[in-house]
Design a protein around this ligand. Structure first.
Ligand code: FAD
Length: 357
C-alpha cells in the first residue's frame, strides 16, 4: 500500500484501483545498451493509446548506464522516462527485474503496461502481474481502448481461427506482452534527439527523466549468472530480407544458406523446420513464432499453413518455391516457382551471383 492508500484507508475511503490508475507505461527492454526493436514499436503504439485516453506515455528503463536509452525514448514520443539504473540489473535476471517492476507498478498505479513478448518480457511479466493482481494478456497482436478507457487486447486463439479480445474491467494495471514485429516503430525526432544529447549529463538535467529508487540489492537476489551465451541472437523481426525454410528442405539447409548469402538475407523457418531441430526456434515465423515484415520473403518448401502465413503476410515481396502447385503458400506469393527446391534454388543463387547467363 502506498501512503495515499494508507491515508484513504484511515479515512474509511475505499481505494478504487480502476479510478486511481492512469498513464500508459512501455517497458524499454535493453541489453548492454541495445534496445530491442519491439520496445520502440510499443512506444509508438503506446503514444496512440495515451493520446486516445488523454493520459501520459511513460517509458520505463531498467538496466545500467541508461542515458542514451532514456533520451531516445523522449525523442520517440514518451512524455516521461522512469529510470532504474543499477549494476544489479545487468545482465538480465528475472528476480531483480520482476521485483523492481512490481514495486514501481504498486507504488505508481499505471493503467496500462505494455511489455515486448520477447524471452525477457515473457520471463518476468508474470512476476509483476500475479502479486500486483493485474490482468495480463500474453502474445497480443492488436491493441485499442474502448469508450470507457479499457484496454482491448487482441490475440489469436483456437489455433489462430479466431481473434480473442481480452479486457480486464476490475483490476489495474492492464498488462500485455506484445508480439515483436506487429507494430511499426516511428523514427525518433532528430532535432529533439540532438538537443537532448547535447547535454553531457542529460539524466540529471532533464526533468522528464526521473531516476527512481532501486528496490533490490545484489544480496537479495536468488539467482546468479555463471555462464552467458554470447552467440549471436537471431532477430528475424528486424531483417529486411528473409529466406525461410520449411519441411521441404528435409534437414538440408545448404541451398537456403547459399541463397541467403547471395541475397544478403537472414534465415527464417516454419515450425516444421524448428520442430525437426534443423534450425533454432528464434527463427520461427508464425502464430507461435515471430511476426516479420521484411521487404523480401523467400519461402522454400513451406506449405503455407494459416499459422505460418499469419507471421509473414505483411512482408513486401513474397517468392514461394514449392513442388506442389496447389500449395496454399502460392495464394500469398507475388511470384511462385513450382519445382524441386534442390534444383531451383542453386540455379537462382548462381543467377544472383552472376555465374550463369
Ligand atoms: P510441411 O507441412 O511439411 O510442408 C512442406 C512443404 O514443402 C509442402 O508444401 C511440400 O509440397 C513442399 N516440398 C516438399 N519437398 C519439396 C521440395 N523438394 N521442393 C519444393 N517443395 C517441397 N507453423 C509455423 O510455421 N509457424 C507457427 O508459428 C505455427 N504455429 C502453430 C500453432 C498452432 C496452435 C498449430 C496447431 C500449428 C502451428 N504451426 C505453425 C504449424 C502449421 O500448422 C504447419 O504444420 C507448419 O507450418 C508446416 O510447416 P511446413 O509448411 O514448413 O511443412
Amino acid at each position: 500500500m502506498t501512503q495515499q492508500d494508507d491515508e484513504m484507508a484511515a479515512e474509511g475511503t475505499e481505494v478504487d484501483e480502476v479510478e486511481r490508475a492512469s498513464d500508459v507505461w512501455v517497458f524499454l527492454e535493453e541489453h548492454a545498451g541495445d534496445v530491442m526493436p519491439v520496445a520502440w514499436e510499443l512506444l509508438t503504439e503506446g503514444r496512440r493509446l495515451a493520446d486516445d485516453l488523454g493520459e501520459d506515455l511513460v517509458a520505463l528503463a531498467i538496466g545500467e548506464d541508461l542515458e542514451d536509452v532514456a533520451t531516445e525514448a523522449l525523442a520517440r514520443g514518451a512524455d516521461r522516462v522512469l529510470v532504474a539504473d543499477d549494476p544489479v540489473f545487468e545482465p538480465y535476471r528475472a528476480d531483480p527485474y520482476g521485483t523492481q517492476f512490481r514495486e514501481m507498478v504498486e507504488r505508481r498505479h499505471p493503467s496500462i503496461v505494455l511489455i515486448g513478448g520477447t524471452h525477457t518480457g515473457r520471463d518476468f511479466a508474470g512476476r509483476v502481474a500475479v502479486p500486483a493482481h493485474a490482468g495480463l494478456t500474453a502474445d497480443v497482436t492488436e491493441l485499442d481502448v474502448d469508450e470507457d478507457g479499457q484496454l482491448l487486447a487482441r490475440r489469436p486463439a483456437f489455433g489462430g481461427n479466431v481473434l480473442a479480445t481480452i479486457v480486464c474491467p476490475e483490476h489495474r494495471p492492464q498488462m500485455a506482452t506484445v508480439r515483436a514485429g506487429v507494430f511499426e516503430a516511428a523514427d525518433p525526432d532528430p532535432d529533439e534527439l540532438a538537443t537532448l544529447r547535447a547535454t553531457d549529463d542529460s539524466i540529471a538535467d532533464n526533468d522528464r527523466i526521473e531516476p527512481v529508487e532501486v528496490f533490490i540489492d545484489e544480496v537479495d537476489t536468488i539467482s546468479e549468472v555463471l555462464v552467458r551465451d554470447v552467440t549471436e541472437r537471431a532477430d528475424v523481426t528486424d531483417a529486411d530480407r528473409l529466406v525461410a525454410v520449411g519441411g521441404g528442405v528435409e534437414g538440408d539447409l545448404g541451398p537456403a544458406i547459399e541463397l541467403a548469402e547471395a541475397l544478403d538475407a537472414d534465415l527464417a523457418a516454419s515450425r516444421k523446420a524448428v520442430d525437426e531441430g534443423w534450425i533454432e526456434g528464434a527463427r520461427q515465423v508464425g502464430q507461435t513464432g515471430k511476426t516479420v515484415r521484411p521487404d523480401l520473403y523467400v519461402a522454400l518448401g513451406i506449405s503455407g499453413a494459416i499459422q505460418h502465413v499469419e507471421g509473414m503476410n505483411d512482408a513486401g515481396t513474397v517468392i514461394a518455391i514449392n513442388d506442389d502447385p496447389n500449395a496454399p503458400i502460392f495464394d500469398h506469393a507475388d511470384y511462385g516457382i513450382v519445382g524441386d527446391l534442390f534444383e531451383v534454388v542453386p540455379q537462382l543463387t548462381a543467377l544472383l551471383e552472376g555465374d550463369e547467363e
